[in-house]
Design a protein around this ligand. Structure first.
Ligand code: PMP
Length: 472
């Protein structure tokens, strides 16, 4: 194959790849030519520690996963209208990690396809159309999903909010509508879940029908690594079900053991969804995703008489890869590892927050962590400039991290699960260095060079597109 210089790659990309497909580090994009475990390498052979790629779940190019894919590729790849062991074994594997009532799988190719199918199942099963989603949520790039992804449709230039879509506040107890600084902890879930009940009541009054579905991540990644308050999902699920709707848990980012003890985020909240969607880590970089649901919902779908066919969903190669990912998680004890290393990461970030007042909050479960940067701890004013600076400087330190959340001030950490305590030490000491140099330079949090000061526009419509270093 022809090899291009980095300059040539950029020129060709500029010419032929749609401009909406944006790069990480737009000022000086990385050309990554290979990766292994938790490391990525550029065209010069320089190594970068990867804290971004939750997709490379068991480590980039894990030999067992590569081998499983290559072997199956050399034997057979075809669609799932032929009987094959890989798909049924994969389904059995997924179901073994789920509560009893979730027993039917559909295989698809991406998280977006999974969520689109989940919405279709919900509509068919309930006969309703109104969907409840959360502020700053992202559920995929298909048209149906942009419509329910406040993270996208609320941006300047995004499509107008559709009639059937209802957005409830993000249950962020640190900087959301109801904060732990203003309300007793025990009230927070109710305050947030009451909004869901009110929306359900409003739909009933205005449209004379129940709702179709509530969809949310069990821990909110694009919302800024937010962990909903205890009981929130329990209360929400109750309201939605009382209103005739089903509950969809989007596990595309947080599933497959990233959180340590649990396979799935919803298990952390002690709820059982009606539909679960998964993707990203499932194929460790290969496109495979799935929807899991109840027999009753699957039966409503079947009863329509419309066949569901997906050319690539659940093909033998994809399923061989997903089965190898499951095997690797178990053989290498990666859930336990995520728990231990995640706790160490969390504690190290807490220690760092004692030294740097710009760290307002540290939160996380397993290897899903967020460090929220603020200008002032009392007011909890978001500090996007420092977050932008940190992401850029960490790259110079050969550590890849990203920032997200409605104000782009939350440093997101979601590395491959093979991340080690030594890697944590590297990240923490680099972060310490970068924050110290920022403080010593006197720039602090006011106007880091080259970064604009945030506008006073309302949070949801802010023109954050440019600086958001996307990592979804
Ligand atoms: N749901 C969530 C929570 C996601 O983060 C994403 C993608 N980052 C998707 C759905 C869509 O997945 P995909 O990009 O594989 O279509």
């Amino acid at each position: 194959m022809e090899h291009l210089s980095k300059k040539e790659t950029i020129a060709l990309r500029d010419k032929h790849i749609g401009k909406s497909c944006q790069l990480f580090f737009r000022q000086d994009p990385l050309k990554i030519v290979r990766a292994q475990a938790q490391y990525m390498f550029d065209e010069k052979g320089d190594q970068f520690l990867d804290c971004i790629n939750n997709v490379a779940h068991v480590g980039h190019c894990h030999p067992a996963v590569v081998e499983a894919g290559c072997r199956q590729m050399s034997i057979l790849n075809t669609n799932n209208r032929f009987l094959h062991d890989n798909i049924v074994l994969c389904a059995r594997r997924i179901i073994s990690t789920m509560p009893d009532k979730l027993s039917v799988c559909y295989f698809v190719n991406s998280g977006s396809e999974a969520n689109d199918l989940a919405l279709r199942l919900a509509q068919i099963h309930t006969g309703n159309t109104d969907v409840l989603t959360l502020e700053h949520a992202y559920h995929g790039h298909l048209t149906t999903l942009i419509d329910i992804s406040h993270y996208k449709f609320s941006l300047p230039g995004g499509p107008p909010q559709k009639d059937h879509v209802h957005v409830a506040s993000c249950p962020d107890t640190y900087r959301g509508k109801y904060r732990d600084s203003d309300h007793p902890k025990r009230d927070l879930s109710r305050l947030y879940s009451d909004e869901i009940r009110e929306i359900c009541d409003k739909v009933r009054q205005e449209k004379g029908q129940g709702v179709c579905a509530f969809i949310a991540e069990s821990l909110l990644s694009c919302g800024g690594q937010v962990i909903p308050p205890e009981n929130y999902l329990k209360e929400v699920y109750e309201h939605v079900r009382q209103s005739g709707g089903v509950c969809i848990s989007d596990e595309v980012q947080v599933g497959f053991g990233r959180l340590g003890k649990q396979w799935w985020g919803f298990q952390l909240h002690d709820v059982v969804p009606d539909i679960v969607t998964m993707g990203k880590p499932m194929g460790n970089g290969h496109p495979i995703a799935a929807v899991v649901t109840t027999e009753a919902i699957a039966e409503s779908f079947r009863a329509t008489g419309v066949e569901y066919f997906n050319t690539y969903g659940g093909n033998p190669v994809s399923c061989a890869i997903a089965n190898a990912v499951f095997d690797t998680i178990e053989k290498e004890n990666l859930r336990e590892h995520a728990l231990v290393v995640g706790e160490y990461f969390f504690d190290s970030c807490q220690m760092l927050s004692k030294k740097h007042s710009c760290i307002g909050d540290v939160r996380g479960v397993g290897l899903f962590l967020g460090i929220e940067l603020v200008k002032d701890r009392e007011e909890r004013t978001p500090d996007k400039e420092t977050a932008t600076y940190v992401v850029k400087r960490m790259k110079e330190e050969h550590i890849l991290i990203s920032a997200d959340g409605p104000d782009c001030n939350v440093i997101k950490i979601k590395p491959p699960l093979v991340f080690t305590k030594e890697n944590v030490d590297e990240v923490i000491s680099a972060l310490d260095r970068v924050l110290k140099e920022l403080r010593d330079s006197g720039k602090g949090t006011v106007g880091v060079k080259g970064v604009e000061t945030p506008s006073k526009e309302p949070r949801a419509r802010k023109a954050i597109k440019e600086e958001r270093i996307k990592s979804i």
